[in-house]
Design a protein around this ligand. Structure first.
Ligand code: WQD
Length: 339
C-alpha cells in the first residue's frame, strides 16, 4: 500500500489522522520535532492500530535535514502537512517565531517533496482565515480576511504560497483543508488533545476544570447576538476530521481534481454556543461544571460555522459524530490521561 509522509503526525489532529491512515492500510512515516507533542504518541498509535508508524525526528526549519528526510522516503505518494505552531495568544506575543516556524517549515517541505518528485500535498489550514465573517455559513468562497492573530495569518499566507506555487507548477495536486473547531478524542481513550500549559481552547479547559486541574471555566462573554449570548462555533469531532483527510487523499490519488489547487471547509455545518457545549458536557458525563461568565476575549468572533456542501459533493465526506460523542470522548481521554 502507498506510503504517506505526515508532518506533525504526533500532534492532536496529526495523530488521529495517522491512525485513520494505518487503519486504511497506508504505510505512514511521521516527521515531528516534538515541539508540541511527545514521542509516546507513537506508542499510543501502535497500541490502537497494532502498527508503530515509521518516524524521523526532524526540525522542518532545517532545510538540509528536511531534504535528507524526504530522500529516505522518496517513494511516498503524498504529504499531509500538519506541523505548525498553533497557539493564538502565543503567536501574538511571539509573531516572528510563528512566521519563521510555520512558513519556513512549509517552504522546506514543498522544496523537498519537489526534489524527490512527490506531487500530492494536503495542507492543514483553518477557518480562522475567514477573519470576522459577514454572512453565514462560511463557504470556500467566503472572503478571506486578515486574521486577527499572527498564527491565523501564517495559515492565510501559507494558502497564498500554495496558490502561487500550484499556478506555476501544473503537475502538482494540492488541497487545503480549513478546519473549524476540532474537539474530542479517539474512542479508545488512548490519544487526545495534549495542550501544554494553560489551555487556550474551550474543550481542554472544560475537561481540565472537570478533572479539578482548573477551579472554574471562564465563559468569555454572554453579550453576543446569539440565542443565549455566548459565542457560536462549528465543533467537529477530531475523528471525523481525520477521516476527511483520508477522503481528500483518496480523491487526490485518483487524479480527478478539476484544478491543481482546491480548498475545502471541514466542519459539521452546525453551530453550538459555549453554554450549549457546557450543558452537553454536563449531561453526557453526568457531572456539574463550575463556570462563570466574564467579559469577551479580544479577537473572538460571535458566530462561525461551515457550509459543508463542497466536501460532501466532491470528497464524498461529511461529519458523522454528534456533539454528545465529542464531549464524551474528550472527557474519557482526560480521565485516562490523568490516570
Ligand atoms: C471557542 C469558544 C471562546 C476558552 C481557535 C483558533 C482556531 C482553531 C480553533 C487552530 C469561543 C470560548 C474558550 C475558554 C471560553 N485553532 N471560550 N472560555 O477561538 O473559536 O478558535 O481554536 O487552528 O484557529 O482561533 O476556539 O476553543 O479558543 O474558543 O468561553 O476558556 O469558546 O470565546 O467563543 P476559537 P476556542
Amino acid at each position: 500500500m502507498s506510503k504517506i509522509i505526515v508532518t506533525g503526525g504526533c500532534g492532536y489532529i496529526g495523530s488521529h489522522t495517522v491512525i485513520a491512515l494505518i487503519d486504511q492500510g497506508y504505510k505512514v512515516v511521521v516527521f515531528d520535532d516534538f515541539s508540541n507533542a511527545s514521542e509516546d504518541t507513537l506508542d499510543r498509535i501502535a497500541k490502537i492500530t497494532g502498527i508503530r508508524p515509521l518516524f524521523t525526528r526532524v526540525d522542518l526549519k532545517e532545510k538540509i535535514k528536511v531534504l535528507e528526510a524526504f530522500n529516505e522516503h522518496k517513494e511516498a505518494k503524498a504529504v499531509i502537512h500538519f506541523a505548525a505552531y498553533k497557539a493564538v495568544k502565543e503567536s501574538i506575543n511571539n509573531p516572528l517565531d510563528y512566521y519563521e516556524n510555520n512558513l519556513f517549515s512549509l517552504i522546506n517541505v514543498l522544496n523537498a517533496q519537489q526534489a524527490v518528485g512527490i506531487n500530492n500535498f494536503i495542507f492543514s489550514s483553518s477557518a480562522t482565515v475567514y477573519g470576522m465573517p459577514e454572512s453565514f455559513p462560511m463557504t470556500e468562497n467566503s472572503p478571506v480576511k486578515r486574521p486577527f492573530s499572527p498564527y491565523g495569518n501564517t495559515k492565510k499566507i501559507a494558502e497564498e504560497i500554495l496558490e502561487d506555487y500550484t499556478n506555476a507548477n501544473t503537475k502538482l495536486s494540492f488541497i487545503s483543508l480549513r478546519y473549524f473547531n476540532p474537539i474530542g478524542a479517539h474512542d479508545s481513550g488512548h490519544i487526545g488533545e495534549l495542550p501544554s500549559g494553560i489551555p487556550n481552547n474551550l474543550m481542554p479547559y472544560i475537561t481540565q476544570t472537570a478533572a479539578g486541574l482548573r477551579d472554574k471555566l471562564w465563559v468569555f462573554g454572554d453579550d453576543y447576538p446569539t440565542k443565549d449570548g455566548t459565542a457560536v462555533r462549528d465543533y467537529i469531532h477530531v475523528v471525523d476530521l481525520a477521516e476527511a483527510h483520508l477522503a481528500a487523499l483518496q480523491y487526490l490519488m485518483k487524479n480527478q481534481q478539476k484544478a491543481n489547487y482546491e480548498i475545502y471547509n471541514l466542519g459539521t455545518g452546525q453551530g453550538y454556543s459555549v453554554l450549549e457545549v457546557i450543558k452537553s458536557f454536563e449531561l453526557a458525563n453526568n457531572l456539574r461544571l463550575n463556570y462563570e461568565i466574564t467579559s469577551r476575549r479580544e479577537g473572538d468572533v460571535a458566530v462561525m460555522y461551515a457550509s459543508t456542501d463542497l466536501a460532501k459533493q466532491v470528497l464524498g465526506w461529511s461529519a458523522k459524530r454528534d456533539l454528545k460523542s465529542m464531549v464524551a470522548s474528550a472527557w474519557k481521554w482526560e480521565q485516562n490521561f490523568r490516570k
